[in-house]
Every structure is written in C-alpha cells, then in structure tokens.
Design a protein around this ligand. Sequence first.
Ligand code: ADP
Ligand code: ZN
Length: 234
Amino acid sequence: MIPGGRLVVLGKQGAGKGTQCVRLSHHYIVPHISTGDMLRASVKAKTTLGLEARRYMDAGELIPDEIVLKMVGERLDQDDTRTRGFVLDGFPRTVAQAQGLEELLAPTELDLAIDLEVPTELVLTRLASRRVCEDCGTIYSTTQRPSVDWICDICGGEVVQREDDTEEAIRRRLDLYETETAPLIEWYSTDGKLVQIPGVGHPDEVFDRIVSEIESRRQAGGFGPPMRGEASPS
Ligand code: ADP
Ligand code: ZN
C-alpha cells in the first residue's frame, strides 16, 4: 500500500511548487491543496470570497489570514485529507497561517515542510514566460507550449498568462515572500520538520530529490502515526 503524508511545500513564486505538488499528489495519492488555485476558482465563479479576493490578488497582496484559514480549514475537514493526508501548495504563507494550520491539524501534525530553493534571477525569468491553463492549472511556458496553439493538452482549456504575472505584481509577491513567508523556513526548521531541496534542474530530477528525502525521513521515523486506512509499517 502506498503511504500518504501531510506535506507542505514552500518556495518563492516560480520555484516550481505547483509542478512538484501535482507530482507529489499523484505519487502519494493525496489531494493537492493549492490556495492560489482555490482562490482563482472563486474569482472565476464570482463568489463572495472571489469578489473580495480579486483586488488583493491582482495587486500581488496577500489575502487576510482569517479568510485563507477558513477556506483551508473547510478543505482539510474533508474525508480524503483525513484518511490520506495532503500536499499544501502556497499555504501557509505567514507565521499566523502556520500557527493556524497547527490548530487545524491537532491532534495530528504536519509530517514535513519541503522548501524548494531557487535563485531569484531564475524565478524572474520563469515567471515572465509562465503560462497556465485557466481550467486545470497545468503550467506551461513560452518555451514549453501545449501541442496545439494555446489549448491545454490535459483538459482542452485555454492557456493564458496569469493576470497577476505582471512585473509589478511579481515584484510585490517576491517582497512579501521575503518578509512574510521566508520566516517559516526558520519556524519549521526549529520544529525539525524542514527539508531544503535545490529546485534547479529538470522537474524530474527535482522530484526524485524530494521523494528520496521524504522516504529517508519516513524510514527514520520522522512521520506521524499512520492514517486511517493505512497499513502500519512492519
Ligand atoms: P504565487 O505563488 O505566484 O504568488 P499563488 O497561486 O500561490 O501564486 O497565489 C496567487 C495569489 O493568491 C497571491 O498573490 C495571494 O494574493 C493569494 N494567495 C494564495 N495563497 C495565499 C495564502 N496562503 N495567503 C494569502 N494569500 C494567498
Ligand atoms: Zn487544462
């Protein structure tokens, strides 16, 4: 039986979190919970949350912690995350969110926070050429296009540049990463839950690095008790 896990992936905008989280989600059969994708879906559906979130997002600002925590709390309350775990993408992004996550998970705990390290010069280039499927969130770039025009290979949706991938909003998001999110690296490191992985290289290589870290941690007993429906290690 494939073991699950309770994972958080940290890293700057453009570090490759989205790509690696999709792969982790398939590999460990855990839901991929991306707060950015959830918020973009709300914006598209014009829900109350979406209407409120939009102005923050377009400016590259963070959505207030209480709103994000409520949204994540509702998602973590569902059965799939309780049985298998999850891979969180783009959350937590502030120390207050990390504290909130601890409360949401109690009495269980996070197993591991994975920090994808990529130099800022490289993420700037990646973000400028980034294109995403509006429907399923699959990530492409101007150099790795879908096979037919700008139609998603996976779902047939339209592949576009994100509205907040403007130079100004990108700069703002990277500044907020330094002030608000980077302190989480210290936070998880103090907790003994942090692994830092070089995010440079082919996505397959990066993925192999992540999985081997996860597995060595698991073997060393660094993961919490097995979840419901999961065989105990013999
Ligand atoms: P990026 O990592 O490129 O900033 P995301 O898709 O993760 O992209 O997030 C897009 C936007 O959604 C953010 O700029 C922010 O406005 C909002 N957002 C996503 N996750 C969070 C979060 N955990 N806390 C606050 N705002 C968030
Ligand atoms: Zn798609």
